[in-house]
Design a protein around this ligand. Structure first.
Ligand code: NCD
Length: 309
């Protein structure tokens, strides 16, 4: 059960009881995340955030979480401003961050980078996105958001829509939702289907995902529509991206066919896959979801650093 000292590379590093523990604690952290209550829980601790790829929410919410708990933050968001620009390897950069901090949060462009970092680091490493691999802390805040909204996840119909091939958030999320007993639909434009490996993993764990290219197929039945951006930066050929860009959009017309209680989630940033007119409807859950990144990351760091059992 204990999380103290552990690396978080893949969502499969966690058990359901551990995820529930993080979510229960996250709920207690909400007033601190909002700045309404003060905390010194991580006083004297240093977090290193090493971001080799762009980030707004993940980096800022980790940093806000650390500071709200009384800790401090070092790191970079532009590797060109670090010795990476001089040719330093990831392994050496990690060795340095390891000796200057108590916890490392890493985002890198290649799959497997976080695992490598964890091997080189004594202090725990949290994967904040490794290429098209995994994004486990996004999954924790997604699960937390769903649980707070619906009471439970078991038996709920969750549809993942968008770039399921390159989108790392949906890789972690599909596996976690299976562990929690959700019913899954995978909806993607042709060519951007969920990788065979993830489908195999969820099937092995007992899920039977419904796979389609059309959101219309399932919209009337879903409880959560989890939308993702087409990951333009991962396409080797821009012409391939252009073929699928703008191929789906969540708008009022689509929402008219959904249950009243259906909620739309998105890890953000969005481009055109959710029309801004959706923002003011009761269906929009994505801004609340983004806020939840702070209390969830507070809970996770407090447990990994052993400040709370
Ligand atoms: C996601 C990511 O970086 O994987 N963003 C995030 O962390 N909230 C999704 C994306 O970039 O589309």
């Amino acid at each position: 059960m204990k999380l103290k000292g552990m690396d978080l590379v893949s969502i499969r590093d966690l058990t359901v009881p551990q995820m529930n523990r993080i979510m229960d604690l996250a709920r207690e952290m909400v007033p601190i995340a909002k700045g309404k209550k003060k905390s010194k829980l991580l006083d004297g601790r240093i977090l290193a955030t090493l971001f080799y790829e762009p980030s707004t929410r993940t980096k800022l919410s980790f940093e806000s979480a650390m500071m709200r708990l009384g800790g401090r933050v070092i790191g970079f968001s532009d590797p060109k401003s670090s010795s990476v620009a001089k040719g330093e390897t990831l392994a050496d950069t990690i060795r340095m961050a390891d000796s200057y901090s108590d916890l490392i949060v890493l985002r890198y462009r290649h799959e497997g980078a976080a695992r490598l970092a964890a091997d080189f680091s004594e202090v725990p490493v949290i994967n904040a996105g490794d290429g098209a691999g995994q994004h486990p802390t996004q999954t924790l805040l997604d699960l937390f958001t769903m649980r707070e909204e619906m009471g439970s996840i078991k038996g709920k119909h969750i549809a993942l829509l968008g770039d399921l091939k390159y989108g790392r958030t949906v890789h972690s999320l599909a596996e976690a939702l299976t562990m929690f007993g959700a019913e899954l639909s995978f909806i993607s434009p042709e060519g951007l289907e969920m990788p065979a490996e993830t489908i195999e993993n969820v099937k092995k764990m007992g899920a039977e995902p419904y796979i389609t290219t059309s959101v219309e197929d399932v919209i009337g039945d879903v409880d959560i529509l989890y939308v993702t951006r087409i990951q333009k930066e991962r396409f080797a050929d821009l012409a391939e991206y252009k073929k699928v860009a703008g191929s789906f959009q969540v708008n009022i017309e689509l929402l008219d066919k959904a249950k009243k209680s259906m909620r739309v989630m998105h890890p953000l940033p969005r481009v055109s896959e959710i029309s801004p007119e959706v923002d003011s409807t009761p269906h929009a859950l994505y801004f609340k979801q983004a806020f939840n990144g702070v209390p969830v990351r507070m809970a996770l760091m407090a447990l990994i650093m052993g400040a709370i059992e």
